[in-house]
Design a protein around this ligand. Structure first.
Ligand SMILES: Nc1nc2c(ncn2[C@@H]2O[C@H](COP(=O)(O)OP(=O)(O)OP(=O)(O)O)[C@@H](O)[C@H]2O)c(=O)[nH]1
Ligand SMILES: [Mg+2]
Length: 340
């Protein structure tokens, strides 16, 4: 996304500059009256949008962006209210909604999607699983059935697509069929799967994979409310410096999610992968899982298919997931002049 600011004596003149420089698809993210008179508009455009329009044809009556920023848009709806309604629909805990709305009120952004993105950016931290973080083996931990094994397969596929070598290890010798489930994926990708029974064996498996660009360790499901499960996890993590990454499904109770986040943080987790976004319409619990424990979002899983991989998360991507109808709303507004 590219941001650019424009100064002019009137909003209409500033809008004309925006259209000439960035084209019809630019979105106004902030407006400010300058002290000595005039206005400053900050406009944004997606990097992959078509090159800026060069036409200086006057704005037509159906030009959403122009009408919106000439003042009528703000009159149509209150941005903070639109975002508050969205957060409510997602079952977001009140304490998180309040923080996000507070941030929006300080930012003076006129587009609800941008406003939510900016607020998420100011309240949450995003650290997608990039190559730069693969210095330590990633150990995927989390409650049973969260999607750890599928995530390992997706990470393996991602490494293969990027021509990076990956070592896959599993410590899940507990659940019947667990090794077979993962080996079905690794066989397809012609990767060797190392199975380890205990912490000492894990140290050996890490040594075997020492030359790999990245190492990913699958673990058995851990019940965060079971002391023995968490002790076992701690023991595995103590073997060598690994980065434990929590895998948690979306759509669970927000209070449970927050408690799980806190318990896994206490054993060393800092980043969270959220799965099953395709099966979930309310994302309040994923916000709750990271908020209180100050964990970082990394990637999300929106599909049960290995080939569809993981989606790296950033504030705007999360805002888009939370406002999937935003584009449609804009289009309806363009045609009818009303917010639907
Ligand atoms: N639709 C959908 N299904 C998912 C997603 N992530 C995981 N699943 C499914 O959830 C189920 C459990 O996934 P696993 O990867 O086996 O979960 P796990 O955390 O390894 O489970 P345990 O090893 O038993 O603790 C499987 O049927 C997966 O296909 C997702 O993002 N979307
Ligand atoms: Mg598993």
């Amino acid at each position: 996304m590219r941001l650019k600011s424009f100064y002019a004596r009137t909003v209409a003149e500033a809008m004309r500059q925006v259209r000439l420089s960035l084209g019809e698809n630019a979105i106004i993210v902030a407006t400010r009256e300058e002290e000595g008179g005039g206005v400053r508009l900050t406009a944004a455009i997606e990097d992959d949008e078509a090159p800026p329009a060069v036409s200086n044809a006057p704005a037509s009556g159906s030009d959403y962006a122009v009408r919106r920023n000439a003042g009528s848009y703000e009159d149509e709806f209150d941005v903070a209210q639109v975002v508050a309604d969205t957060l409510y629909a997602h079952g977001t805990p009140a304490v998180i909604s309040e923080k996000l709305i507070e941030a929006i009120e300080e930012l003076a952004i006129t587009d609800p999607l941008m406003a939510l993105g900016a607020a998420l950016d100011s309240v949450f931290t995003f650290q997608p699983l990039g190559d730069e973080h693969s210095d330590r083996p990633l150990m995927l931990v989390g409650p049973p059935g969260a999607g750890k094994t599928l995530t390992v397969a997706k990470l393996a596929a991602r490494a293969m697509f990027r021509n990076r070598s990956i070592g896959i290890i599993t410590t899940d010798t507990v659940r019947a069929g667990a090794v077979e489930q993962l080996s079905a994926f690794t066989r397809l990708m012609k990767l060797k799967l190392l199975t380890v029974e205990d912490a000492a064996a894990l140290a050996g498996a890490l040594e075997v994979n020492a030359g790999a660009d990245q190492i990913v360790i699958d673990t058995a499901g851990s019940n965060p409310f079971d002391g023995d499960d968490m002790d076992e996890l701690r023991e595995m993590m103590a073997v060598t410096p690994v980065e434990p990454v929590l895998v948690i499904p979306a759509g669970i109770d927000p209070v449970e999610a927050a408690e799980m986040g806190a318990i896994f943080r206490s054993v060393g987790v800092r980043r969270v992968i959220v799965t099953r976004l395709d099966l979930t319409r309310r994302f309040g619990s994923m916000l709750a899982a990271v908020y209180q424990s100050r964990l970082d979002f990394c990637d999300v899983s929106i599909s049960p298919k290995v080939a569809e991989g993981l989606t790296p998360l950033n504030p705007l991507a999360l805002a888009r997931l939370m406002m999937p109808n935003h584009e449609r709303t804009v289009r309806v507004t363009r045609h009818t002049g009303t917010h639907a």
